[in-house]
Ligand binder design. Structure first.
Ligand code: HEM
Length: 155
């Protein structure tokens, strides 16, 4: 059961961040202020209420699975998780809330775009870290073919 939960959360959590990232980029580039405000509101509710539990589920179920595993791949995944969690809770969540407030108030000034840029960089960072965790996870589960050098690390 934790295996299936981890596979599901490990797939949906990065998908969630990727959706926020792409929809933000597209609406900022091509959408009206009203469209940006609508998206900011959707990212907070229901977005954050989906993203935060998914990240916690991926991390929590991963830690459970890791109890019976050793090796550099699992250690690398464990080391990445605090950065993913801190980046999510301390940067992405506050940025989403502040941007939503400002967008509702129609305040699209320099501060808005600075925070928007910070949010995009943090989102891309988390996407990359989660991508690495998914790659290493698929390798450990034997779903991704690995060469002899990586097989050595997995032991
Ligand atoms: C958001 C972060 C994470 C993502 C996106 C992620 C993603 C994945 C994916 C996609 C798999 C393959 C599952 C399968 O094919 O059945 C996997 C497996 C695995 N993950 Fe994670 N993972 C994350 C965090 C963690 C953490 C923090 C740990 C703890 C060290 C961990 C430990 C494992 C282990 C041990 C497996 C192998 C399970 C098996 O033997 O089948 N994961 N992960």
């Amino acid at each position: 059961m934790p295996k299936f939960a981890h596979l599901l959360a490990g797939f949906l959590a990065p998908l969630c961040i990727a959706t926020f990232f792409l929809s933000t980029l597209l609406t900022e580039l091509f959408g009206s202020h009203a469209a940006v405000a609508q998206l900011k509101s959707l990212i907070v509710t229901p977005g954050l209420w989906i993203m935060v539990p998914l990240m916690a589920a991926a991390g929590g179920s991963g830690m459970l699975l890791a109890r019976s595993r050793k090796g550099r791949l699992v250690e690398a995944k464990k080391k990445r998780m605090p950065f993913i969690a801190a980046n999510g809770l301390l940067v992405l969540v506050p940025c989403a809330i502040v941007l939503n407030r400002w967008a509702v108030a129609g305040s699209f000034d320099t501060a808005f775009y600075v925070v928007q840029a910070i949010e995009l960089v943090a989102g891309a960072t988390n996407l990359a870290l989660m991508g690495l965790n998914a790659r290493d996870g698929l390798r450990m589960a034997g779903r991704l073919r690995i060469g002899p050098a990586v097989a050595e690390k997995a032991r």
